[in-house]
Design a protein. Structure first.
Length: 217
């Protein structure tokens, strides 16, 4: 009899342990599920807050385009320089710059394209004597000075406590960068190289047309 009672007690104990394990597992699963939902809601809320604080710009081009001029060109582009220039632009610097000053560091990547304008080449600039073709080319000139917006960026900007920053400061930095890039290209001899390349290209062209000797004056 005692043995039977002992067996029954052991069985009840096993049942209670199993029930306890099941209950704990169920509670844990429920908690994990709720925590997962909370994390998901928190992540969604964080994403929404980030989107509110950092909205994606919406670009809406005006459907109307005004054409001011259409001009025919005969430019022979013979050389391109790619340059990088660092520009510091600042305003209201001095004793109170920490209050109202504005300063930025702009890294500009740009290109300068030069060549000769064949529209300026006239009949008088071509002279044939015996078997020699004498050619007087127009002076080489710069056609394009442009900042590459994909590669250019504001590296650093420091504004005073009581200012949101000068609205046109970056624009002024870009203008200064274009002027500096053009200046550096000129100092590096871009026009001389453009003229040399033009003579080389046109010399080959004239020889292909049957002029065995071409002299550029």
């Amino acid at each position: 009899m005692k043995r039977l009672q002992w067996i029954i007690q052991i069985a009840l104990l096993v049942v209670l342990i199993a029930a306890g394990i099941y209950l704990v597992t169920s509670v844990q699963n429920t908690l994990d599920s709720q925590l997962g939902r909370v994390k998901e809601m928190t992540g969604t809320l964080s994403t929404q807050v980030f989107q509110v604080l950092n909205p994606t710009p919406t670009i809406i081009p005006d459907p109307i385009t005004v054409v001011h001029e259409v001009q025919s060109l005969a430019r022979l582009e013979t050389i391109k320089f790619s340059l990088e220039k660092i520009i510091t632009a600042e305003t209201r610097q001095g004793v109170f710059e920490w209050l109202v000053g504005d300063r930025l560091l702009f890294v500009a990547h740009g290109e300068v394209i030069a060549g000769v304008d064949l529209n300026k080449l006239s009949v008088d600039d071509l002279r044939l004597e015996s078997d020699i073709l004498y050619v007087t080319l127009p002076d080489a000139e710069i056609f394009v000075v442009a900042i590459d917006n994909q590669k250019s960026y504001v590296y650093d900007r420091d504004t005073g406590i009581f200012t949101q920053g000068e609205v046109n400061l970056e624009t002024e930095a870009r203008r200064a960068a274009e002027l500096e890039i053009e200046k550096n290209a000129l100092e590096d001899g871009i026009l001389d190289l453009a003229a040399q390349n033009a003579e080389s290209y046109l010399g080959s062209l004239f020889r292909d047309l049957g002029y065995t000797r071409v002299v550029f004056e």
